[in-house]
Every structure is written in C-alpha cells, then in structure tokens.
Design a protein around this ligand. Structure first.
Ligand SMILES: Nc1nc2c(c(=O)[nH]1)N[C@H]1C(S)=C(S)[C@@H](COP(=O)(O)O)O[C@H]1N2
Ligand SMILES: [Mo]
Length: 373
C-alpha cells in the first residue's frame, strides 16, 4: 500500500486567478469563523457571541480542572501553574480591540485564498488575567533568553506542516509592564468561552490576532528567534506575487482602521443601505495598534469635502477602539460613504489596497453603498 501523508490533504498557499469566485473551501472557513455584525459597532465592549472568531484548526477539548500552564526553557525554575495559582496573582483587566491580520483579505484583487474576511474581523473585550512579566518573574528568566514561545492546545496541518498552534514574542517587550501582555483567564468578567481560548489565552494589546495564542498550555523561553510555521512562513508581508524565496516582513501591530455602523436599513441580499433624506447620524469605531486615532473623516461622495467626525478620547482605554460620529445630510440618490482613520503617528488608511501574498493588513478605507429615497 502507498504511504499516506498530511501533504495529501494540505496544499500550498495560492492566489485565486482572475475571475475565480469564493470557493467551497473558503465558504467552509467563513461559516466557522464569523465576524462582528457591523451594527454591533454600537457597543464599546462587544457583547458575548458577537466578537469575531478565528480558529485555524478545531476548538480543542479543554478542561480547567487539571489544566496546567507550563513555563520552561531558558528559566531558572520551570513552573507548572494551574488556574488557582494564576488567580492568586494580582488580577489586571485591559480593554483591548483585537483584529485578525487577514481582515480585508477578500477585498483584495487578486484574492489570496484563505479565510475570506471583508472588514468585520474585529471585536473589543475586557480581558482579565496576570501580566506575563509576573508569571515569568516567578520562573526567573535567564539572561540568554531572547524570545518567549507560546503553544496552544490545538493541533492541525497547514500547507503540509503538521503542528500545534505556536507563536513567539520578543523579550523584553513581552514582559514589559507597559506592553500590557496578559495571560488571560476571563473575558468580560466571565471564564473564556471555548472559542476564545478556554481556559487561558495570551492577550497582546495593539497586535493583530495571530499573536494572542488561545488554549495556552506552554511558555518556553528560547535563546534564538523562533522560526515556527506561524512565525516564519505564515503571517509575513510578502509584497511580490511570485518570488518564492521572499522571507517577507513579520506581521505585528494593527494598522489604523475606522468602521461605520451601517446607517438606515439594509436590503437583505445586497446589504445596500437605505435612508431617507435629511440629517443622518453616522457613527462607528476607529483604532490603531500604533497609538491613538487622531482623526476620522467621512466623505459622502467623490468631489465633496470630507466631513470631520468627532472622535472620543482614548484616555481610559489606550488599547481599545475609539467611538466617532458625525452628521451627514442625505439627498435623494445613490451615495458611497467612505470613512478613513489617521493615527497620532500620522498613519492614514490607504485609498487603495496594500496588496500582499497572504492578504494581511488590508486596511483600505471602508466604502458603504447607500440609497437615499
Ligand atoms: N491556539 C490558537 N490561538 C490562536 C489561533 C488559533 O487558531 N489557535 N488563531 C489566532 C488568530 S489568527 C486570531 S485572529 C485570534 C482570534 O481570536 P478570537 O477568536 O478570540 O477573536 O486568535 C489567535 N490565536
Ligand atoms: Mo487572524
């Protein structure tokens, strides 16, 4: 009998040729991994079940009883911490906006074939847990440690590589108090739901979702940069379509984005918004992993000057999205509303797609089709 291998069911990454629509495999992923219904932008903290979800493999069977987080590698004292041991540390809560690095991928042309997000892979939660620095302090980080590698309890195969989901963060960034990295055991004051990492996950404020390792079971400190699949193969910006040797640049922090809660009411199928003439309050949320959002502008039609929006102060929650709002006077006809965020570092959302082979960080401005009756 011929030997079977995981490569038989797990092909290489590919970009859809022109004209190839979203296929069955992408549909299957989209049905598992849901986004934030955009009307839920009305909530500062995303209600349970409306936060986006992304799971590469399966949600693993995990049980808080008997769960142990092991800490090892380049440490003086390897640890095995159960949930009670973690809850004995002083608890910290951070409000964090999390976004999938693949958000916007399905709007790219040509389209990288993967989870086909449009713009909705985002959510905000209050995460409670232990600062990573405190956990590692207990283990005693050796001076030759350069990175911490985080392993989840889920297992799968991806592009022919069988693996546990695993990502790393550089030291000392990972343990610095002001980076806000948490080993979290609660979401919005309750134990983590299964799909969000029960019983433990990493939270890395300001970074795209792939860094926030769920079902966290092990932290290993290493003396050389980690080169696992999710670090060196996946989650790289590769700007050229066809250079197979391009190592790419790592995907890290979240690029700025503003989203609008859809105004008026929708058509069931086309999702086109319908409004009546007169003042329409437009509102939504905006965020950036590089700092606060300084400015949000809405333009109601090409050629008209943009409407500046009021943007809420980020003061209390520096890692959470900021509410914005403005008033638009709708006139009969078809309109395209465009919303654009600029952060305090001067990064503005592009008007055209920042294409890359994995379809990461596509923060091209949102455009909302509206019919005014
Ligand atoms: N163990 C594990 N952690 C993971 C993932 C995963 O598949 N396995 N997916 C990552 C990705 S790509 C994203 S975008 C976020 C999604 O987190 P959420 O489902 O809680 O929104 O989890 C990250 N952490
Ligand atoms: Mo993601």
């Amino acid at each position: 009998m011929e030997q079977a291998s995981v490569g038989d069911v797990s092909g290489p990454a590919r970009v859809a040729p022109a004209g190839e629509g979203i296929g069955q495999e992408e549909l299957a992923l989209a049905a598992r991994n849901h986004g934030l219904p955009l009307e839920a932008l009305r909530y500062e903290v995303t209600p349970p079940g409306l936060h986006y979800v992304l799971v590469h493999y399966d949600i693993p069977a995990t049980d808080a009883d008997g769960w142990a987080l092991t800490v090892g590698g380049r440490v003086r004292t390897p640890l095995s911490l159960d949930l009670d041991a973690l809850r004995a540390f002083p608890a910290v809560t951070h409000r964090v906006t999390m976004e999938c690095a693949g958000n916007g991928r399905a709007r790219l042309s040509p389209r990288p074939v993967s989870q086909p997000w449009l713009v909705e892979a985002v959510g905000t939660a209050d995460w409670t847990g232990v600062p990573l620095g405190l956990v590692l302090e207990g283990a005693g980080v050796r001076s030759d440690a350069v990175e911490a590698v985080f392993t989840g309890a889920d297992h799968g195969v991806e592009r022919g590589v069988e693996q546990d989901y695993r990502r790393s963060l550089p030291l000392p960034y990972a343990t610095a108090g002001d980076s806000g990295v948490l080993v979290a055991y609660a979401m919005n004051g309750l134990p983590l739901p299964p799909q969000h990492g029960y019983p433990l996950r990493l939270v890395v404020p300001g970074w795209y979702g792939m860094a926030h390792v769920k079902w966290l079971r092990d932290i290993t400190l290493v003396d050389a940069p980690f080169t696992g699949f999710q670090q060196s193969v996946a989650y790289r910006y590769r700007w050229s379509a066809d250079d197979p040797d391009d190592p790419g640049e790592p995907v890290t922090r979240i690029a700025p984005r503003a989203l609008m809660a859809p105004p008026g009411f929708p058509d069931f199928m086309s999702r086109t918004r319908v409004v009546r003439p007169g003042p329409v309050r437009l509102y939504g949320r905006a965020w950036s992993g590089h700092g606060a959002v300084a400015r949000v502008e809405v333009s109601a039609d090409d050629g008209l000057p943009p409407i500046p929006a009021e943007v809420a102060s980020p003061q209390q929650h520096p890692w959470a999205w900021q509410a914005w709002s403005c008033t638009w006077t709708a006139t009969p006809g078809r309109h395209t509303l465009t919303v654009r965020a600029t952060d305090t570092e001067g990064r503005a959302q592009p008007l055209e797609q920042p294409w890359n082979r994995g379809g990461f960080g596509n923060n091209e401005v949102q455009r909302v089709a509206v019919l005014c009756l």
